[in-house]
Ligand binder design. Structure first.
Ligand code: ATR
Length: 269
């Protein structure tokens, strides 16, 4: 099975390592390459890959919206996110999926043992990453998801869009209060600039703090540690879980993720 991940930059992607471990585990023969896609060349690169026999690919920054536009069919998850991280080639049809939200939910519930039902969540950021995780989170019957964003209007709009699926509200980062929340998720891209979203100290008290980015010392994780969070987690588990959902989408085989998380952690240490 010819598989790949498309992105720019792509050099540091751990996806090939993760998928090769899944393949060994499940006895599926795959090749999985990293493809550096020119910023204006997503569709062309995808067509070349498919013509060469590619049967599926992952898509990472900054092509998730281009991938959505390229696909012929979309899962509900992908439709609502307006962005894809996975495409399956089915004859002439490209089927689009977004496994980011499922990946996050599986990491939280299965790997970390957190029951999301009736929990109050604060999600920081209102961009593509947030759109990708909201539906699977709401499907866990959360009590309320509050979306706080630097640009308040985007959070308000996003909360409105997701109202049919559960209780949501949106506001600016400056309105984040000290009222206790169960879980805080950093879905901003601030980490890429070495920054922490500008919210008041004290908010993290007793909350589980989860950064969608991975790496042991993101600014958000540092903030959470200094603000008495009950648990501080990076997004490595989510990375492996979203890959597992993509692998299953392509191959029909379900990998065992905890052992792969351990191996990838060791590789990334
Ligand atoms: P992604 O696909 O990673 O979500 P995006 O759609 O560009 O990328 O969204 C980036 C998100 O991170 C936005 O919510 C952005 O806030 P704005 O909507 O106000 O731009 C947020 N973000 C980026 N840098 C930030 C920073 N330094 N502090 C707080 N929020 C930040």
């Amino acid at each position: 099975m010819k598989l790949a991940v498309f992105g720019n930059p792509i050099e540091h992607s751990l996806s090939p390592n993760i998928h090769m471990l899944f393949a060994q585990q499940t006895n599926v023969e795959i090749e999985y390459e990293k493809i550096l896609v020119p910023l204006d060349g997503f569709a062309k690169t995808a067509k070349t890959f498919i013509n060469q026999g590619g049967i599926g690919f992952n898509i990472t920054v900054p092509f998730k919206v281009d991938a959505f536009q390229l696909a012929d069919q979309h899962s509900l998850n992908a439709q609502i996110a307006g962005a894809l991280n996975t495409i399956k080639v089915d004859g002439k049809i490209l089927i689009g999926e977004n496994t980011d939200g499922i990946g996050l939910v599986n990491d939280l519930t299965k790997n970390l043992g957190i029951d999301l039902r009736d929990k109050t969540l604060l999600v920081l950021g209102a961009g593509g990453a947030t759109r990708g995780i909201l539906l699977p989170l709401l499907q866990q019957q959360t009590k309320r998801i509050m979306i706080a964003n630097r640009t308040a209007t985007k959070a308000i709009q996003l909360a409105k869009n997701f109202k049919p699926y559960g209780k949501t509200c949106g506001f600016g980062l400056e309105k984040v209060k000290h009222d206790p929340v169960d879980i805080i998720i950093n879905a901003t891209s601030a980490t890429l600039d070495g920054q922490m979203p500008n919210i008041a100290n004290g908010v993290a008290k007793n909350a589980i703090c989860y950064d969608l980015m991975y790496g042991q010392h993101t600014p958000f994780m540092h903030w959470a540690q200094n603000n008495n969070a009950s648990m501080v987690v990076d997004g490595l588990g989510m990375l492996v879980e979203q890959a597992a959902a993509a692998f299953e989408f392509w191959t029909g085989r379900q990998p065992n993720t905890p052992t792969v998380i351990q191996k990838i952690m060791a590789l990334n240490a």
